[in-house]
Design a protein around this ligand. Sequence first.
Ligand code: GLN
Length: 348
Amino acid sequence: MKGFIKLNDSTIFEGEIISKKDFGQGEVVFNTSMTGYEESITDPSYAGEILVMTYPLIGNYGVNLENLQSKRPPIKGLIVKDYCQFPSHHTSQYSLLDYLDQYDVPVLNKVDTRALTKKLRTEGSMYGVIATQDYSLEVSTSTENLLDSVSTKETYRIQGDGPKIALIDLGVKKNIVKQLKSEGYDIYVFPYNSTKNDVDKVQPDLVLFSNGPGDPKKAKEAILLAKEFIGEKPLFGICLGHQIISLALGFNTVKMKFGHRGTNHPVKNLLNNKCYITSQNHGYMVEKESVKNKDLIITYINLNDQSIEGIMHKKYPIFTVQFHPECGPGVHDTAFIFKKIRGLICRQ
Ligand SMILES: NC(=O)CC[C@H](N)C(=O)O
């Protein structure tokens, strides 16, 4: 069936809707990974977003539930150039389309994703609507409470013999939990709006703020929680967690022109000059000019645009990264960070 994506400046890109669902709206973002669509479509940080894959051939290795990063795809739509109808992989359990149809995600195929991405790169991030007929549709730019849609409702524990981690689930990816588990941490997972009282009950050795969707400034409960724990418990943050801890420290976050979404983002550790290739998925960043605390060190920067990719506190055991050390999808270069956070606990 013929379909299209209409952007909020009224530009239209035509394609074919191949899914059961033929309507979806959200912020339109692009991901430049050549592989990893299973992980990306189920990364809760994409909640509320329509995902454009720049790599042209998508669906060719099907879907293996093991690789998924959450229980359901949070995306509002998927836009591809060439959907592969006949996947081939020995671990594949579903075709990508069958999987997405189970969750009512619209898929727009045969789109000139290069032209669409060029547009988003030059003019900046935009909202869009995927539809079939009515070209006069209004493009909505409103967002719901994204954290509520992706966080756990109940606290739960994944027992381990190691230090106790309170993991604040802002839409945590499965790979983060997997990495923590493999390091033996005793993990307590808390809902996004937990209070200090709730978390204190388990007497954690470290509080970890996870990745998650949307504007970090909207995560008011988590910012307050991080503020209350500064100087009291070691803190670690990944992506949204990095932004939340930065806001709690009094720095500012800003929306980027088109974000970083892909698996080949080069970052440099300013403390030892080592470079790493990292997996990334974010549309906001910590504003460099706002980081004016002499007790704060910028640890990592992005080598493409020099933006902040990590910070560390000199006095308190606080460490954060904007990139994804858990990968899923992407490279494992920075997986050592899950070992390194033990050092934060020792520094206390
Ligand atoms: N992966 C994430 O945690 C994303 C953080 C935040 N929602 C952003 O887009 O910048």
